[in-house]
Design a protein around this ligand. Structure first.
Ligand code: COA
Ligand code: ZN
Length: 303
């Protein structure tokens, strides 16, 4: 029984910011290995202009491959209607949109203001109609922005409410540049939850200042049960100066499992998947305490 849900975002958030391209066949083998380890949701790529992010040029092929795997929800990111249409055509089961609360980051990332981007998401919800993939809106830079600095909490709450009202299935809060601290996580998740209830779903955390796990625990204690993370701590938004990797999947799994909170993920198999990832981009810096130290003596996974 899975008590928390981890969405592995390494193939998207990780590889979009990597210095080295992972060959398509290696991506497939890595994704398959993560699925075999029990990761039930994988964000496999993004439908952005290939010229902008060459690492995402093969996303349609990767989505098609991921759809052949059992027990995995195939997620893709789209930045606009065109990306949404490409994701629909490829068959993505969940489509996530980056909607930045920082005006400066939003303009740099998607060339739209937060309000324009919220309207773009609304158009996609309407295009989907009654059937179609799940739609998530991720409120990016919800805890601060390297360009704008402070992002007012009221802006985050207002944007989350607007997105929830536009008909998305779920809203995530993202610490795009690793500015959040646990007290802020508690405060903002609580505020947004009081406005949009269970539509608030995932915490998308980056580990830029080492607070990824502390922030994940704070979110868990606020009732969050969905977490994005990336294997080896790859990641970062190429259009947010100073952005670096996500909270590390292996370490997140270890933390929750050792607390007795089941993730449904087999840590040994996860470490095997990590070896495939490292072999496919050997010069890329990767992180993780599990890879260095392993589990403690007497470790038992949660039942
Ligand atoms: N996929 C593929 N091509 C796309 C596209 C998409 N999602 N969206 C636009 N394009 C194409 C257009 O057709 C046009 O092509 P052309 O030059 O051959 O006519 C070209 O890209 C420019 O289109 P335009 O609508 O003017 O886009 P833009 O240049 O203003 O860029 C975004 C807007 C949203 C496409 C771009 O900023 C983007 O992809 N941002 C996402 C960045 C990202 O992935 N960040 C990390 C994740 S948070
Ligand atoms: Zn991210």
């Amino acid at each position: 029984m899975r008590q928390i849900h981890i969405c592995e975002v390494g193939p998207r958030d990780g590889l979009q910011n990597a210095h080295h391209l992972m060959p398509t066949e290696a991506k497939k083998a890595w994704i398959a290995a993560m699925a075999a380890a029990g990761i039930a949701e994988i964000e496999v790529g993004s439908f952005v202009p290939p010229k902008l992010i060459p690492a995402m040029a093969d996303t349609a092929e990767i989505v098609a491959f991921a759809l052949t795997l059992k027990n995995v929800k195939t997620v893709a990111l789209a930045p606009n209607v065109k990306g949404f249409e490409r994701a629909l055509a490829a068959g993505a089961q969940k489509i996530t949109f980056p909607v930045s609360a920082s005006r400066q980051h939003s303009l740099a990332n998607v060339r739209m203001t937060p309000e324009q981007m919220a309207d773009e998401v609304k158009k996609c919800v309407q295009l989907r109609g009654k059937v179609g993939p799940e739609i998530e809106a991720g409120v990016a830079t919800a805890f601060g922005c390297t360009m704008q600095g402070e992002v007012p909490e009221d802006d985050v709450v207002r944007l989350a409410v607007r997105l929830a009202e536009s008909g998305v299935d779920c809203v995530a809060l993202a610490d795009t540049v690793g500015y959040a601290n646990p007290a802020q996580i508690r405060r903002i998740f609580r505020r947004v939850k009081s406005e949009i209830g269970n539509k608030l779903e995932a915490a998308h955390l980056h580990n830029t200042r080492g607070l990824g796990l502390a922030n994940a625990l704070a979110a868990y204690e606020e009732g969050v049960r969905h977490f994005d993370s990336s294997m080896g701590g790859l990641g970062g938004c190429p259009f947010a100066p100073g952005a670096s990797g996500n909270v590390i999947t292996e370490d997140l799994v270890y933390m929750f499992e050792s607390m007795g909170v089941s993730t449904g993920i087999d840590l040994d198999k996860l470490m095997e998947a990590r070896k495939l990832m490292v072999a496919a981009i050997p010069e890329e810096p990767v992180y993780g305490h599990m890879a260095l130290a392993g589990v403690h003596k007497g470790f038992r996974a949660a039942a």
